[in-house]
Design a binder for this molecule. Sequence first.
Ligand SMILES: *Cc1c(COP(=O)(O)O)cnc(C)c1O
Length: 377
Amino acid sequence: MAYDIPLFNLNFDEKEAKAAYETIKSGWISTGPKCAELEQMFVDMWKVKYAVSVTNCTDALHLCCLACGVGPGDEVLCPSLTFAASANCIRYAGATPVFCDIVGPDHINIDPEDVKKKITPKTKAIVVVHMAGYPAKMDEIMAIAKEHNLKVIEDACHGPLSEYKGKKLGTIGDCAAFSFFSNKNISTGEGGMFISNNEELANRARLMRSHGMTTMSYQRASGHATAYDIVELGYNFRLDDIRASIAIEQLKKLPGDLEKRILVRKRYVENLSKIKGVVVPFADCTEFTSNYIMPVVLTQGTKEDRDAIREKIHAAGIQTSVHYPAIHKFSIYKDYGAVLPQTEYVTDHEITLPMYAALTMEQVDFICETVNKAING
Ligand SMILES: *Cc1c(COP(=O)(O)O)cnc(C)c1O
């Protein structure tokens, strides 16, 4: 069934099609000038020193772990209320994820108090996720990291251009990962970005992105290099110029898109604050944020009640989702023995409502009325 109001819609027009067409006609379609241009846009817009384009955010996170020196025998702290890639990346590097709880329904990011409790002599790094584009408690996290000599990896997939105390998310920790998957704020189908202010980490990410090779095909094709050595067991995590050219158009649109999302969010918060039985996470946050998704958390009932409420909302033609099924509940993580009461509450009571720039105020009002009826009859 196609929903009248989907969860997300692409902010695409002729510009993306034209950009892809022109790259195809240019004769160079793999990693080249368009990837370099996109990386430079990240450097300029994020005020960060280094940006390395990659195939997707999962690979960017993998590179973050490798760049930070995460390896076998290490433990890495991470939330469970996130997409599986935030924890899987730790295992790709041979280390063990240790799941931490979130603060609670009104702040669904990793809890610095639980982070402190889970530090052991083996702890190497912390993966922080900025849910919905709302900043985690970074002052506290960075202080803990400094005290215990831990690296901080920001999974900033939800938060392109989001801010925390004057800094862009992704520029606070040691390195960060962004996604250009179809339903993210910047959409190219598949794609991602690694960023860092640390030259050593960025060099290592760039090397491991392309087989540990010392030069790239484009450098050789353009006469800047004639040979290469392979100095590490790397991967092929390269983005191509076709998708980079689409990402460039998406990035140009992003500031305007986010301004519209702010108005949508404001209308939601106004309406939802009058509805009994729902909490809006981060309702008191005054930072500039990307508003990647619109999560709400029910204050009572069971998981089954939540699912029944979602069904009623769907019956009115409105798509919803759940962010997220907790990772520690998946089959491949059941032996990790994590007990996370706040995460378990939110994963069973959360509903994600539609969020995109083109949503009208009438649609937001209709969604909120429908939510109210579904919860309160
Ligand atoms: C989407 C997402 C990812 C994975 O991104 P891909 O580009 O699809 O690999 C990782 N972490 C979070 C929090 C995400 O939302």
